[in-house]
Design a protein around this ligand. Structure first.
Ligand code: UD1
Length: 430
């Protein structure tokens, strides 16, 4: 199994190109199941989760053709993928595939809308809480689908003539369930109004792509989304939006190590709340032509309390990284997690680097220390693992991160991007 070796202490200086967002690319790829025409996606990141979804879509009959990757001057890659699902080959998404990545469960929406039926395994994914699927079941049932759980699978069946538009208000905000409702309602008969919808930029990106495919959607980005169903969707060309989690992660790394880095190909407007928190911690963050500039001052990190919330609140996917930053603050800070009940696995690993963190329910109390020391640590989930990398970059001496396959799910060419900015970081294979 690969490991990542880091020798900490170097400031980061240079340019880091930000990739397309994993969390936008996945639902956009799944949207290709809604049409028999070709959907072309630009700026698709090269990540383990994307590769796995390509396999899963292949199983459902999607033909995939990937344009060669072209490297630009700033080290970024352009990757364009064409998806064509002339006919759906299989409406079953098997356990072997769905258990590896929770988002693959979302195929239930387009399969049900286009084929009138779907049999999809209950999901797996990161071990960060129970992550049930009740909202998907309720939402699709509101569109008239018969939903039944049988042997670890959900069997979904649309009424004769297809799904029927309806009013449905989610009892809790869910990004995935909002994606699925958007896709399913786009091909339903009549109008659907989704209340308490997720407002994440990735939901807006999916809605924009569906609109380009001929869907009639308004209100994406607000809590109420209205969808007027259409009989069929066509192909389109769409560019995946930049990864705000990758952006925030590198911004926090610079805030922690010190240095001056331009994050290119991204947009400060995607992460206002996180930028605000990083600024309060003492780093300078500003919008520049084509990206964001971050200037960190290393030792003068101020303590900042954060609470994770659905967008536009502080993203849960940046919680572990921000906690990493706070381990070196001049004082005590608190990090409260409200989205997932078990998302503090990084705490004990950060403690191995010398961090002082105590947990009480959903809140971590972090007492900043003047220095961290490198140590062997283990990645436990995708975002937790990158907080250990950030910690290692700021720690004295060597940090060895094991189980880096978690990182490969969500961070494209991480070692390369950081090395270009002066970090000592390498992958050790085997
Ligand atoms: C997506 C993101 C993930 C991010 C999360 C929250 C992708 C691929 N993943 O995950 O990186 O951390 O949003 O921003 O985009 N819930 C239920 N019942 C359901 C569905 C969800 O109770 O049927 C709960 C979950 O357990 C969780 C909360 O709702 O407590 C939010 O989860 P959700 O927004 O659905 O997360 P994902 O879409 O899986």
């Amino acid at each position: 199994m690969d490991r990542i070796r880091i020798v900490g202490g170097n400031a980061l200086n240079g340019i880091i190109p930000i990739s397309g967002a994993k969390n936008a690319a996945l639902p956009l790829m799944i949207a290709s199941l809604l049409t028999s025409d070709t959907l072309t996606l630009e700026n698709v990141p090269h990540l383990a989760d994307v590769e796995l979804l390509l396999r899963i879509l292949g199983n459902h009959g999607v033909d995939v053709s990937v344009n060669g990757r072209r490297e630009h001057q700033d080290g970024s890659y352009a990757r364009t993928i064409h998806f064509t699902c002339r006919t759906v080959a299989d409406t079953t998404a098997p356990y072997e595939l769905v258990s590896k990545m929770r988002a693959s469960f979302w195929v239930i929406g387009p399969l049900l809308a286009r084929e009138g039926q779907a049999r999809v395994s209950l999901p797996g994914g990161c071990a960060i809480g129970t992550r049930p699927v009740d909202l998907f079941i309720e939402g699709l049932a509101a569109l008239g689908a018969e939903m039944e759980i049988d042997g670890g699978y959900i069997n979904a069946k649309a009424p004769k003539g297809g799904l029927i538009g309806a009013r449905y208000t989610f009892p809790k905000v869910s990004v995935g369930a909002t994606h699925v409702m958007l896709m399913a309602a786009s091909l339903a008969r009549g109008t659907t109004v989704i209340g308490n919808a997720a407002r994440e930029p990735e939901v807006v990106d999916l809605a924009n792509c569906l609109i380009a495919m001929g869907a009639r959607i308004s209100g994406a980005g607000t809590s109420t989304i209205t969808i007027e169903g259409v009989p069929s969707l066509s192909g389109a060309r769409h560019r995946v939006l930049p990864d705000r989690i990758e952006t925030g992660t590198y911004a926090m790394a610079v805030a922690m190590t010190g240095g001056d880095v331009t994050l290119s190909g991204t947009d400060i407007g995607l992460l206002d709340t996180a930028v605000e928190a990083i600024r309060r911690a003492g780093a300078e963050v500003s919008a520049v032509e084509g990206g964001i500039r971050v200037i960190g001052h290393g030792d003068q990190i101020r303590p900042v309390d954060i609470v994770t919330e659905p967008f536009p609140g502080f993203p849960t996917d940046l919680q572990a990284q921000f906690m990493g930053l706070m381990t070196r603050a001049n004082g005590v800070s608190h990090v409260t997690e409200t989205i997932f009940e078990n998302r503090f696995m990084h705490v004990q690993e950060l403690a191995r680097l010398g961090a002082k963190i105590t947990l009480s329910g959903q809140t971590a109390r972090i007492e900043g220390v003047t220095r961290l020391r490198g140590a062997p640590v283990m990645a436990t989930d995708l975002r937790a693992s990158v907080s250990l990398v950030i910690g290692g970059l700021a720690a004295e001496g060597e940090t060895m991160v094991s189980r880096v396959y978690h990182l490969d799910r969500g961070f494209e060419r991480l070692e390369e991007k950081l090395t270009r900015c002066g970090a000592i970081i390498e992958r050790i294979s085997g």
